[in-house]
Design a protein around this ligand. Structure first.
Ligand code: PLP
Length: 399
């Protein structure tokens, strides 16, 4: 594949106001105009390069957005105060009362809760389907469907979406394919495979330092303009804007994403292979045993690997909790939700990040109580980490 996401980020050159190697941070909520006419045109959306008010856009947010659009191969992007602050305006912009969404049933807990509990009050209904079965996806489409929604690699079950196949269905029925690519930045480029809108929670791998929440919507100039429209744009009107100081800091962290992703993936693959050969039920898209291993391989930029997320099943919630507490005591990682940190993070999704999903539905989708989700860190000596994790598992009679 000739599309090189990390090159695209690095090829952008911005200097600071005084020749700084980092762009200047815009420290203003509002902007002056030399003429009243320009202010009017900016309100109307007709003054290229002019800033109006920082909830609409700011130089620092535009720099970060431009870099993320370059990474995803879209025309432009809009950054937001959190991942949910990117997801919810997109869905509200694309759907009106009476519309319908077809969504993967294995998605981030907050997105699931929004679709299931929140937007039905706007008369927007969602069918949750097994996204890996294209015929089931197609069968769920009604005359009111407007959006196909999925995650490239799903949370927490690590199901892989066939983005090309879904894009073909979206095209056939004139739907927008919206893909949350939070788990697989650089590795998968959904827009290149046919997605209309690509979303990230910047909170995770992209920022990578677990010091802020943030999000981005990558798409066409027309769609991003719609989101920012002062009269009817969901991002503008709901106001989930990122602060400029934070945008500058996320941009600096984005500079090392390619190096970090390689290390997360290398460590993830190493541990997944070891856990599997120890006889643990292990899910990792880089394992041949993963049902979508070949599909992932066919979509990925191989340099960045299969990512840092893996799950194991240790049989029961009690065992999972004991193991996580012991691993934390041995400083192998932290018992925390979220992902993409330098340190390994682990949690039991059934009782934490996916607790919004009713128990019955969790069972149906294969989300068992003994499941532990790992976000594998940047450990320099992953073999030592493995040996120590193995000791913990032996001590608790998991192995
Ligand atoms: C964390 C996460 C979100 C939500 O992002 P926030 O920054 O916490 O609002 C959405 N999708 C996925 C896949 C996530 O992991």
């Amino acid at each position: 594949m000739s599309f090189k996401p990390a090159n695209n980020i690095q090829d952008l050159q911005y200097f600071g106001e005084f020749g700084g190697v980092n762009p200047s941070i815009s420290d203003s909520s509002t902007y002056t105009f030399l003429s009243a006419k320009t202010m009017f045109d900016t309100f109307e959306g007709n003054a290229e390069g002019c800033y109006l008010y920082s909830r609409h856009s700011s130089p620092s947010n535009l720099y970060l957005g431009e870099a993320l659009a370059a990474m995803e191969g879209t025309e432009t992007a809009n950054v937001s105060a959190s991942g949910m602050g990117a997801i919810t305006p997109v869905l509200l912009q694309l759907c009106q009362a009476g519309d319908h969404i077809v969504s993967s049933r294995t998605i981030y807990g907050g997105t699931y809760a929004f679709l299931k509990n929140f937007i039905p009050r706007m008369q927007i209904e969602t069918s949750f389907v097994d996204i890996t079965k294209l015929e089931i996806v197609e069968a769920a489409i009604t005359k009111n469907t407007k959006v196909l929604y999925c995650e490239s690699v799903s949370n927490p079950l690590l199901e892989v979406a066939d983005i090309k196949g879904l894009a073909a269905i979206a095209k056939k029925y004139h739907l927008k394919l919206v893909v949350d690519n939070t788990f697989s930045p650089l590795s998968i480029s959904p827009a290149i495979l046919g997605a209309d809108v690509v979303i990230h929670s910047l909170t995770k791998f992209i920022n990578g330092s677990s010091d802020t929440v943030g999000g981005v919507v990558c798409g066409t100039q027309e769609f991003i303009n719609d989101l920012r429209n002062v009269n009817n744009g969901a991002s503008m009107l709901l106001g989930s804007t990122m602060d400029s100081l934070r945008a500058a800091s996320v941009l600096k962290n984005l500079r090392t994403l390619h190096i970090r992703m390689k290390q997360h993936s290398k460590n993830g693959l190493y541990l997944a292979q070891k856990f599997e050969s120890d006889g643990l039920k292990t899910v990792y898209p880089g394992l041949k045993s993963h049902p979508s291993h070949k599909l992932y391989k066919s979509m990925m930029h191989p340099d960045y690997g299969f990512g840092g997320m893996l799950t194991i099943d240790v049989g029961s919630l009690d065992k999972a909790n004991e193991l996580m507490e012991l691993m934390q005591n041995k400083n192998l990682g932290y018992l925390a939700v979220s992902l993409g940190f330098y340190k390994t993070l682990f949690s039991a999704p059934g009782t934490s990040t996916s607790s919004e999903i009713p128990e019955e539905e969790q069972k149906e989708m294969g989300l068992s109580n003994g499941l532990i989700r790992f976000s594998i860190g940047l450990d320099d000596d992953i073999e030592r980490t493995y040996q120590m994790m193995r000791q913990c598992m032996t001590q608790l009679h998991i192995l």
